[in-house]
Write a protein that binds this ligand. Structure first.
Ligand code: AMP
Ligand code: MG
Length: 345
């Protein structure tokens, strides 16, 4: 039996089918690419409505799966763009009703952790989740995934996209900047904005654009932005690892496709005697397989939803989502987040 998962939180519509042993049976994705500028939520949602039926058909056909073999239908409930989430949830509800299969809600960020966790074989890794809209360091502690640190303004990917578009390029900016920065460059001073466990990027955007207006070559800017921003992410991941006395780090999110980021985090983790794992690119970016796999874990642990209770949650927080499947696995790292009991008296 397999679980079918639907992802539609932002610009990617994707349908994945995953078996009990986490084997990805099939994965069919389509990305909304705006002609100019960033993502327009309603246009992205229209794109998803158009492509999702075909993606479902393709995933079933590519995997040689009959609807009767699908055990449950999972969907990304949040966080994400409301109209986009609703497009995926609507298709999931329809399949659940048509096939008479349970509907399983999945948190998108938790799904990034779970797919990396199963692929890496690491029992209790810390996730550096670096995507378009999200930038978080996540670890499991006492029944929940906790956000230990995150961006205080925009997600790293949105920052890279915005910068590239302002420099005259097209969405998505991350891969284009990576190409531009490949051969290195002259390191420019940029704001290095780490606040405890958190990071911020808007100051770097302003500074990089000011350098651009002064005539600093695009290659130097791309190189300097990559080095500075990825050093910030590496630093907060290292601090989480040190606090939790962790051994493993996994990566997730589209920006985790970046070779420089992978190399920097790997050097840090291995320097501390730990293990770093980055999923293949197709499973780093938003994808239906991670939703299907997390749906599997959730369904096996008894998590399902009625149609009436399946409303999307654009602001769903990682640490508010129950993860009953993890109760029996792994030792929770000593959490710094547990409230200290107030002294008596
Ligand atoms: P996601 O939101 O996880 O689907 O990831 C999309 C984001 O990842 C976009 O902001 C892209 O610019 C960014 N991205 C994709 N590939 C790369 C790369 N090789 N280097 C840096 N950023 C990337
Ligand atoms: Mg994502």
């Amino acid at each position: 039996m397999v679980v079918l998962g639907i992802e539609s939180t932002a610009h990617t519509a994707s349908v994945g089918i995953v078996a009990d042993d986490a084997r990805v049976v099939s994965l069919a994705s389509a990305m909304y690419r705006p002609e100019r500028g960033g993502i327009h939520p309603r246009e992205a949602a229209n794109h998803h409505v158009e492509v999702l039926p075909e993606l479902v058909r393709k995933a079933l056909e590519d995997g040689g799966v009959r609807p009767s073999e699908v055990e449950a239908v999972a969907f990304a409930q949040g966080p994400g763009l409301g109209p986009c989430l609703r497009a995926g949830a609507t298709v999931a509800r329809m399949l659940s009703m048509a096939w008479r299969r349970p509907l399983v809600p999945v948190n998108h960020c938790v799904a990034h952790v779970e797919i990396a966790r199963v692929l890496s074989g690491l029992d209790d890794p810390i996730l550096l989740y670096a995507s378009g809209g999200n930038t978080q360091v996540i670890a499991y502690a006492r029944g929940r995934y906790r956000v230990l640190g995150e961006t205080l303004d925009v997600g790293i990917g949105n920052f890279l996209d915005k910068l590239w578009i302002e420099l005259g390029g097209k969405f998505p900016g991350g891969p284009a900047l990576e190409k531009e920065a490949l051969a290195g460059g002259e390191l420019q001073p940029l704001p290095y904005s780490v606040h405890g466990m958190d990071v911020a990027f808007s100051g770097m955007l302003t500074a990089a654009l000011a350098l651009h207006r002064k005539g600093v070559p695009r290659q130097d800017l791309a190189y300097s932005v990559e080095v500075t921003a990825y050093a910030m992410l590496t630093e907060i991941t290292e601090r989480a690892l040190a606090h939790l006395r962790g051994h493993g780090v996994v990566l997730g999110g589209g920006v985790a496709c970046n070779e420089r980021l992978r190399a920097m985090v790997r050097a840090m983790v291995e320097g501390r005697g730990g293990t770093m794992f980055a999923p293949p690119r197709s499973l780093c970016v938003d994808n239906g397989a991670m939703i299907a796999w997390t749906g599997h874990l959730a369904y096996d642990a008894g998590v399902t939803t009625s149609i009436a209770g399946s409303a999307v949650e654009p602001r769903q927080r990682t640490d508010l989502v129950a993860t009953p499947w993890r109760r029996s696995t792994g030792a929770a790292p000593a959490s710094l987040l547990e409230p200290t009991p107030a002294p008596a008296g």
